[in-house]
Design a protein around this ligand. Structure first.
Ligand SMILES: Cc1cc2nc3c(=O)[nH]c(=O)nc-3n(C[C@H](O)[C@H](O)[C@H](O)COP(=O)(O)OP(=O)(O)OC[C@H]3O[C@@H](n4cnc5c(N)ncnc54)[C@H](O)[C@@H]3O)c2cc1C
Length: 423
């Protein structure tokens, strides 16, 4: 009997637990360790921040659903990984031994890399549901005293989609409330151009998103490095293509949401360079295995992948749901191979496919492969994307309650886009 331990129970970890349970023989033990007792659907956090969703709409307690699938749950933070002993040390001092470890721990949010950034300081965040709830409290205060908004993503950020989404979601909500005229909006991003998305652009993402921002009267600053944030003022250095500072901005705001850079979690970083890259992300080979400790697998936002291209202000590459799903499929298949005495042979699909909500419309994009030049580089805008994203939220949450092991992103998004098979 093997003990498979999965750390994290979100977009990567929960499907990993279900797939492991259903694909491996029943004699094996599957344990999920997570520092949160609930599953929450991360892509809906921007909606929570303006009151379009509540926590209850997008989350559920993990325990009964995992129990039904005969998966053990430990709600504790992993504090230490001892790869040579195949063991973990938890927050309460407990030691858990594993045969296979799957790290699905997502990012550490590096607000501390910019002075004054983050929900404990001067900007809000939509990265977690806790943050989105705090952002909603501030949003309600803001509605009583509307003024300038600064929204975007700082240097070293890799996740740009939610910054665009949140800009347009706020813009839509302000129009609905008939106070848009009181709110100058500026989009501040480390991307070299609008629509780069950490992917070198997708189809006409530059033209399309610039046009959307222009139509919504949202100004933008690209190649932006946020040097500090004070209460109500953001300090931004704008760079040219050579990386020189060409303008310094002091942007006043009454409300600001800036996505931070991501790092790997401390427990991974502490192990050192055999497990983690310099930013603390889990090093994996093409089979999702750590090259030194082959019984450790990494999936999701917490793994190390190189940037698509160097940019004047550093940016990272996003890891989106479809990619994460394919990492899950590869990891579970390769663990099964290992148990069966076979070599790993399943690799993830490095394609980026996303539905981005723009408030009352949306943009769908497909980048295959994610590094240009590509075989498919496609982007389409329409109200149908907004509707598809709402439907996907319901679909994903219901599948996560059922404990399904089918590839949800592949089945749903590819069908919605009319692309059945990408591999
Ligand atoms: C606001 C936002 C919106 C997004 N929207 C989309 C979208 O629309 N489409 C898309 O494709 N992608 C989207 N993404 C990108 C990506 O799909 C999500 O970030 C996704 O949730 C990443 O999944 P994950 O499982 O890798 O990490 P996470 O969702 O961050 O989950 C990490 C898990 O690990 C647990 N954990 C962390 N540290 C420890 C520890 N030490 N001990 C125990 N447990 C721990 C956490 O509690 C959590 O359960 C979005 C990202 C953000 C931030």
């Amino acid at each position: 009997m093997a003990h498979i331990v999965i750390v994290g129970a979100s977009t990567g970890g929960l499907p990993m637990a279900y797939d492991t349970r259903s694909i491996l023989e029943k004699e094996h033990k599957v344990t999920v360790i997570t520092n949160r007792a609930d599953f929450t659907f991360v892509p809906s956090n921007p909606w929570v921040a303006v009151g379009w969703r509540t926590r209850a709409d997008i989350s559920f307690p993990l325990e009964p659903y995992l129990k039904k699938q005969k998966i053990d749950l430990i709600v504790q933070s992993v504090e230490e990984i001892k790869p040579d002993e195949s063991a973990l040390i938890l927050d309460n001092g407990e030691r858990v031994e594993y045969d296979y470890l799957v790290l699905a721990t997502g990012p550490k949010l590096a607000f501390d890399e910019v002075e004054g950034l983050g929900p404990e300081n001067n900007t809000v965040s939509v990265c977690t549901t806790d943050h989105a709830e705090l952002a909603y409290d501030k949003w309600q205060e803001f509605l009583l005293d509307p003024g300038p908004i600064v929204v975007g993503a700082v240097q070293m950020a890799s996740c740009f989609g939610p910054a665009y989404e949140f800009a347009f979601i706020m813009e839509t909500e302000l129009r609905k409330r008939k106070i848009r005229d009181k709110v100058p909006m500026t989009f501040v991003t480390s991307e070299p151009y609008i629509g780069h998305l950490g992917l070198g652009g997708v189809g006409d993402s530059k033209g399309m998103l610039e046009s959307e921002l222009r139509n919504a009267h949202i100004k933008w600053i690209c190649n932006a490095k946020v040097t500090k944030v004070e209460n109500g003022v953001m300090f931004v250095d704008e760079h040219n293509d050579a990386g020189d500072v060409i303008k310094q901005h002091e942007l006043p705001f009454n409300y600001s949401m800036m996505l931070p850079a991501f790092k790997g979690i401390d427990a991974v970083a502490k192990v050192g360079e055999d497990l983690a890259n310099p930013r603390g992300f889990v090093k994996v080979n093409e089979y999702q295995q750590n090259p030194k400790w082959n019984n450790i697998y990494g999936i999701g936002v917490g793994i190390a992948i190189p940037p698509v291209e160097a940019t004047p202000v550093p940016t990272g590459t996003p890891k989106t749901g479809y990619m994460i799903e394919s990492m899950v499929l590869a990891a579970v298949h390769n663990i099964k191979n290992d148990i069966d005495g076979k070599a790993p042979d399943e690799t993830a699909t490095w394609n980026a496919i996303c539905l981005a909500d723009l408030g009352d419309t949306g943009v769908a994009f497909v980048a295959m492969p994610q590094i240009p030049p590509r075989n498919v580089s496609w982007m389409k805008k329409g109200k149908w994307v907004h509707m598809a994203k709402i439907a996907f939220e319901k679909y994903f949450i219901s599948k996560m309650k059922k404990g399904t092991n089918e590839p949800i992103f592949e089945k749903y998004i590819l069908r919605a886009l009319g692309i059945e098979k990408l591999k």
